[in-house]
Design a binder for this molecule. Structure first.
Ligand SMILES: Cc1cc2nc3c(=O)[nH]c(=O)nc-3n(C[C@H](O)[C@H](O)[C@H](O)COP(=O)(O)OP(=O)(O)OC[C@H]3O[C@@H](n4cnc5c(N)ncnc54)[C@H](O)[C@@H]3O)c2cc1C
Length: 483
């Protein structure tokens, strides 16, 4: 089985034989468990059916693999740490999965120019640790950092918890090396801070979800370590106060390094599922905000800010992390939501974004919509219950909406029920000029919804761009849109 627009010119046996001769016998995997494991990502909705998994060890091998697949019309799905949340790395139609896992060397660290040069298969956490080792800081940070690769981060333009202060992946990339569909190696790896000499092509590949080229190397920005981070967790009774808290942070001129939120139900699920998790609050609250600031001077900026927020009635309770253990514990309450939800039940995920001033009006209409939908729904068995769990990088206008049902529920029915609500939410989102994907991407799961966010004209230019760089359509076909 393969994509309809491709006519493979070699048999599966011949392709595997060629690839084995190229990268070595043990670096082309064809066992049933390998195909299942490497042919999917975190979503696990689509049945993985890759042709094989190939693990090149350098750019030259990636280039030869691409040239062979191009000539023989074999589809290729690039694969990073497979933590993607929209089935971008899923290979369900006989694709060659190209994993960059063996390309995991950090090549250079420059503490004067503040750059780190790395192969694409290095994990985000390894880059953070390398920067820390020489007294610097790599700001990209997300709960999946131990598994996701920088190549995957670049291909998805990952956001994460520090975007509010440092920007997302795009802002960290100074240079890129990419292997194109035909095997050509495109070196945009200059790594200069300033370079206004014509089109900056690297940006085309950032966020392209493996549809335009294989990222093999990157030069990334480093920065001085933040000084004296303070972390507080706050209880908030109504959602509309959350954007107001953000405004107060700006007016107080504090340097916010993270501004995250989660609902009571998200908190409850983490407390139930995460071993050792504790809440710092005596009473529960509808919403919680995790605020991290940099407090370089001797002024107790966090205390002063929290007092002001109390006085204004914007928060009902708050605790500042007193030591590094509590710091980790508080972050754990936010960072373990995705994994706790997965352990709790079946989950369908949305990852929407809005302008900050549209958050509150949107949430108010969302509440009305959900009340209307639940009152018109018939009362089914308890196993059919569905909870909506909200959390996210609210300081960036990013809301993760998760539909969660018990594991016993029929999975197909669950997807249909969640989809019904999701469609209504996307329609509502259009009214507020929001995006259906803030940071996770489109992949397979959201491609039918691209029109909610992008105009037909925009999608037409995307298609033309795809045809230009990958005329045969072999790179991650079917992802983002159909050509
Ligand atoms: C617990 C958890 C928390 C998360 N938190 C966040 C978060 O805060 N912010 C956020 O943005 N995301 C988050 N994610 C989603 C995910 O971690 C990111 O999308 C991440 O960037 C994916 O990287 P990966 O290496 O796992 O890529 P994969 O899942 O392997 O692939 C993702 C996409 O990139 C392509 N790709 C992978 N490597 C390459 C390459 N070298 N060249 C070209 N294309 C490539 C794939 O084909 C696919 O389309 C989270 C996921 C989990 C499970």
């Amino acid at each position: 089985m393969t994509h309809a627009h491709l006519t493979p010119k070699v048999s599966t046996v011949e392709a595997i034989k060629y690839l084995r001769a190229l990268v070595g016998e043990s670096f082309v995997l064809t066992g049933a468990l390998d195909l299942k494991t490497w042919g999917t990502d975190w979503t696990k909705v689509y049945e993985p059916k890759p042709l094989c998994i190939v693990l090149p060890q350098n750019t030259a091998e990636v280039s030869k693999i691409m040239a062979y697949c191009h000539e023989n019309e074999l589809a290729v799905t690039p694969s990073g740490g497979r933590t993607g949340l929209c089935a971008g790395a899923v290979a369900s139609e006989g694709e060659v999965v190209m994993s960059l896992s063996r390309m995991c060397k950090i090549l250079d660290v420059d503490s004067t120019g503040l750059t780190i040069t790395t192969e694409a298969g290095v994990t985000t956490q390894a880059l953070q640790e390398a920067a820390k080792y020489i007294g610097l800081f790599f700001p990209l940070d997300l709960a999946s950092k131990g598994s996701c690769h920088i190549g995957g981060n670049i291909a998805t333009n990952a956001g994460g918890v520090k975007l509010i202060k440092y920007g997302g992946t795009r802002e960290q990339v100074l240079g890129l090396e990419v292997v194109l569909a035909n095997g050509d190696i495109l070196d945009m790896n200059v790594g200069l801070r300033k370079n206004n000499s014509g089109y900056d092509l690297k940006h085309l590949f950032i966020g392209s979800e493996g549809t335009l080229g294989i990222v093999t190397k990157a030069v990334l920005r480093l920065m001085p370590k933040p000084r004296n981070l303070q972390l507080a967790i706050m209880a908030v009774d109504v959602f509309e106060k959350i954007p107001k808290i953000l405004t107060e942070c700006s007016l107080a001129a504090v340097s916010v390094t993270a501004f995250e939120f989660f609902t009571q139900v998200a908190h409850k699920i983490v407390l139930a599922r995460l071993p050792g998790a504790r809440t710092p609050f005596a009473a529960s609250s509808p919403f919680y905000v995790l605020l991290e600031i940099e407090q370089p001077g001797s002024e107790p900026e966090m205390e002063t800010l929290l007092e002001k927020l109390f006085d204004q009635g914007l928060i009902s309770d708050a605790t500042i992390a007193a030591n590094s253990t509590q710091f980790k514990e508080f972050w754990g309450l936010r960072e373990n939501i995705t994994e706790s939800l997965a352990a709790h039940g079946q989950v369908r995920k949305n990852d929407i974004s809005l302008a900050i001033d549209q958050l509150d009006p949107f949430v108010k209409e969302l509440e009305k919509l959900l009340t209307k939908m639940s009152s018109s729904a018939t009362n089914g068995p308890a196993s059919d219950a569905m909870e909506l769990v909200l959390f996210g990088h609210i300081g960036d206008g990013n809301l993760h909406i998760n539909y969660v049902s018990p594991k016993e529920r029929n999975p197909k029915e669950f997807q249909v029920a969640a989809r019904t609500i999701e469609e209504q939410i996307f329609k509502l989102l259009t009214k507020f000029k929001g995006s259906i994907s803030a940071e996770h991407g489109i992949g397979l799961t959201k491609k039918k919804d691209l029109h909610f966010t992008r105009t037909a004209q925009e999608v037409s230019w995307m298609r033309q761009t795809k045809r230009l760089w990958d005329p045969k359509g072999i790179l991650n076909p079917g992802k983002i849109f159909d050509v």
